[in-house]
Write a protein that binds this ligand. Structure first.
Ligand SMILES: Nc1ncnc2c1ncn2[C@@H]1O[C@H](COP(=O)(O)OP(=O)(O)O)[C@@H](O)[C@H]1O
Ligand SMILES: [Mg+2]
Length: 311
């Protein structure tokens, strides 16, 4: 039997999408074989594609961000397979799954950061409020203003706290001091950092603690009023206290911001997110409200992962 890569290669040569609904085996809670988790992993890795199990209320909602049949290759290696995902407005959506399953690749695809990697090739569609992101005419710089990104390792610029926060406004040529000060204060308040830094806004940002730097990066990302905030394991380099501050902050932002967060921490996903997508081997396996995913997943694969049986 052909490996998924070989099948994708052959399909591409024939001008066909590498996988499609027609190749998907009808798997579900009723038909999942009662074999061991290890056998199930083998079954998935042999390319007998699982269907995505999408819970009812995510299928019905109006998305801010909609990914449709998205495929991505690093050279010959396919990292995302027929990915479809609808991100609801002003909610927190978590992407979970074992290391290497494609979470960061998917997140980076949402604001075209993978464009920077030469050998990346993509197929499919991503729309932000109806605008196709992979259209040739899209201004990628403008796009990234509409979608803020916070990385695993905080990356403040080597300049003052104030200048970090208002960076995108400066780039846009904003000179009005009152406007800049107002945005700075509002963004730092939203990022729950204002009280800790208000008396030293002109100190270098690199003097802040790791947790403060990460909140500063969140303040900088929300200063340009993005439509979506993307976060890739924002707490993985932080201690538990700094982590709980970021989680509290996400709770504050809930309702006002659309957030997509990658996390490998199950407790964090279940505590902080409204919706959860479970990914495995470059596919979205199951997607639904977090309380359903974490208490009554539809697929045994999801249950095995969230209960720590693999990954
Ligand atoms: N720049 C890259 N070049 C080649 N392969 C990559 C690159 N980035 C990620 N990959 C591969 O793509 C797959 C998904 O990686 P990634 O999206 O980083 O997973 P996750 O964030 O879930 O750990 C992995 O097999 C990884 O090795
Ligand atoms: Mg990652």
């Amino acid at each position: 039997m052909a490996t998924p890569e070989e099948a994708a290669e052959a399909a591409r040569a024939a001008g066909l999408p590498p996988t499609g609904p027609a190749d998907r085996a009808p798997t579900g809670p009723g038909s999942a074989p009662a074999d061991s988790p290890t056998n199930r992993l083998t079954r998935i890795s042999k390319g007998q594609t699982l269907p995505t199990a999408v819970h009812k209320d995510v299928a019905a909602m109006d998305p801010v961000l909609e990914v449709r049949d998205f495929n991505l290759w690093y050279g010959r290696k396919q990292a995302l397979h027929q990915t479809s995902l609808r991100i609801p407005q002003n909610q927190i959506t978590a992407l979970i799954g074992p290391s290497g399953c494609g979470k960061s690749t998917l997140l980076r695809s949402l604001n075209r950061l993978n464009d920077l990697i030469d050998l990346v090739r993509i197929e499919g569609s991503v729309q932000l409020n109806g605008d196709e992101l992979y259209d040739d005419a899209v201004d990628v710089i403008e796009l990234r203003k509409r979608m803020g990104m916070v990385f695993q390792k905080s990356n403040p610029f080597p300049m003052s706290i104030f200048e970090n926060v208002v960076y995108s406004l400066r780039v846009d040529g904003e000179r009005n001091k009152a406007v800049l000060e107002d945005v700075c204060e509002r963004s730092l308040r939203s990022a729950a950092l204002w009280n800790e830094v208000k008396d030293r806004l002109h100190d270098n940002a690199l003097g802040l603690s790791g947790g403060q730097q990460q909140r500063l990066c969140i303040a900088r990302a929300i200063a340009s009023k993005p439509e979506v905030l993307l976060m890739d394991e924002p707490c993985s380099a932080l201690d538990p206290i700094a982590t709980s501050k970021i989680e509290d902050l996400m709770d504050e932002l809930r309702g006002d911001y659309t957030i997509v967060i990658v996390t490998h921490n199950m407790q964090q996903a279940s505590r902080t997110s409204d919706y959860t997508a479970f990914m495995y081997l470059g596919r979205i396996v199951e997607y639904g409200p977090s309380r359903e995913i974490f208490t009554s997943p539809l697929l045994t694969e999801t249950e095995d992962y969230i209960s720590g049986r693999f990954g």
